[in-house]
Design a protein around this ligand. Structure first.
Ligand code: SF4
Length: 97
């Protein structure tokens, strides 16, 4: 934003967004949520909150998730768990033993 103001004399809106223009999807997914940046920040900014919100936006607004996750999302929606089994079949293992 400072560069924008320096160039134009005052802020002129552009089409750049934080996600995609300044932070790539690959960078966003590389975060392991270890919390080290939150612990180390001298002015108590929580970068991890921003990262988590950007990840939420990526999935909820853009439906941009790795292919491997889509099966899990579908299972959670239909079976209330990440597995493909129906909730009614969860206790079947008791009967087989
Ligand atoms: S939580 Fe912060 S320090 Fe840890 S991997 Fe993510 S961005 Fe890096």
């Amino acid at each position: 934003m400072g560069k924008n103001i320096n160039t134009n004399g005052s802020f002129v809106a552009d089409d750049n967004t934080l996600l995609h223009n300044y932070i790539s999807v690959e960078e966003l997914r590389a975060c392991t949520t270890c919390n080290a940046c939150v612990e180390a920040c001298p002015v108590s900014i929580s970068p991890l909150d921003i990262i988590m919100e950007l990840r939420r936006s990526l999935i909820m607004e853009e439906s941009n998730a790795p292919q491997e996750w889509n099966g899990m999302f579908s299972n959670i929606e239909n079976n209330f768990a990440p597995w493909k089994f129906s909730p009614d079949d969860r206790d079947k293992w008791v009967e087989s033993n």
